[in-house]
Write a protein that binds this ligand. Sequence first.
Ligand SMILES: NC(=O)C1=CN([C@@H]2O[C@H](COP(=O)(O)OP(=O)(O)OC[C@H]3O[C@@H](n4cnc5c(N)ncnc54)[C@H](O)[C@@H]3O)[C@@H](O)[C@H]2O)C=CC1
Ligand SMILES: CC(C)CCC[C@@H](C)[C@H]1CC[C@H]2[C@@H]3[C@H](O)CC4=CC(=O)CC[C@]4(C)[C@H]3CC[C@]12C
Length: 369
Amino acid sequence: MADSAQAQKLVYLVTGGCGFLGEHVVRMLLQQEPRLRELRIFDLHLGPWLEELKTGPVQVTAIQGDVTQAHEVAAAVAGAHVVIHTAGLVDVFGRASPETIHEVNVQGTKNVIEACVQTGTQFLVYTSSMEVVGPNIKGHPFYRGNEDTPYEAVHRHPYPSSKARAEQLVLEANGRKVRGGLPLVTCALRPTGIYGEGHQIMRDIYYQGLRLGGRLFRAIPASVEHGRVYVGNVAWMHVLVARELQQRPALMGGQVYFCYDKSPYKSYEDFNMEFLGPCGLRLVGTRPLLPYWLLMFLAALNALLQWLLRPLLLYAPLLNPYTLAMANTTFTVSTNKAQRHFGYEPLFSWEESRTRTIRWMQAMDSSAQ
Ligand SMILES: NC(=O)C1=CN([C@@H]2O[C@H](COP(=O)(O)OP(=O)(O)OC[C@H]3O[C@@H](n4cnc5c(N)ncnc54)[C@H](O)[C@@H]3O)[C@@H](O)[C@H]2O)C=CC1
Ligand SMILES: CC(C)CCC[C@@H](C)[C@H]1CC[C@H]2[C@@H]3[C@H](O)CC4=CC(=O)CC[C@]4(C)[C@H]3CC[C@]12C
């Protein structure tokens, strides 16, 4: 009894805990972190599903707040042992202004770092992105690269620029003295394209396919590989990194880790078909149906329409010059750094990740009917 009372002593804070990844991190912490006493979930929009978590043995505290507001962040961080900062504005479709993206992703991260320093929180895990590396604006392939692979990271789009700046701030903060004199220990996780239960873009593509009579039309050559990782494994990596950062601060502090698992290397569209296929959708064509120059033209047209229509309505289709470049540039990761540094092994096999995602899509389908 004394042992378990002593063991259950840690307070964790998850920012963005009601987002796609954040919800999985929250649930994973509750399942896999026995030392947890209190779990704080900080988000701009709190989900109703939080209520069901409040009946368990861990104190779950939901905090509605904005990372751009330093005082709200500081109040949430005070007294936490570990902060997992997943909150971010994920926008590559032009829905938000570059200023807003910067404010949330960069200023929000600065606020989290300063709150840790001021209140004495020693461990900070930041959800970065593969996009801090690439694909770059020159379309250079990154083929099965790792954390040390040289690559010319050049960003113009506000989302990757903001993630890169925020990651840099987090890594530079490693070693700063927090209140009480101990050093801040930080690290950054870089997921590739995350998939799994709750993935909004997969949902959008599914409904687009239904509108097109159960068909999707191949736009990108099958030879262009795109890195993907299952959300459950990304969440597991967060939980493990947060735990091990406390045990091995000298090794892990200031480090970056790609998030990886056993998901196969495929093109963006072929990978999606692993889930959309069993839900009745078909990918038409073994090669792209439209020439690339025409896709570029359509993407540019979408960007122009977005700009022209902005005073009247928000036009934000999936296809724009940036998303086309992303989907059309090989970017895959092959690394074992997380395994070497903190013993990470994926919790979910590829088969399980696939089955769980398909089950979620099928449930979504039947609830829509
Ligand atoms: N979805 C993906 O494929 C990838 C995502 N990431 C990163 O993972 C993190 C989570 O992304 P997702 O779960 O996909 O996005 P999401 O949009 O589902 O979740 C982000 C959460 O942050 C919250 N949030 C946004 N602005 C906030 C603010 N000002 N204050 C407080 N909370 C705020 C949102 O309400 C949301 O719940 C982000 O930092 C993103 O950059 C990294 C790599 C890939
Ligand atoms: C119609 C087009 C030909 C296909 C459009 C697909 C795009 C919407 C997606 C292709 C690649 C995706 C991005 C990639 O997985 C990396 C990402 C990392 C993040 O940190 C956030 C999400 C994303 C930018 C992801 C977004 C959708 C794509 C651009």
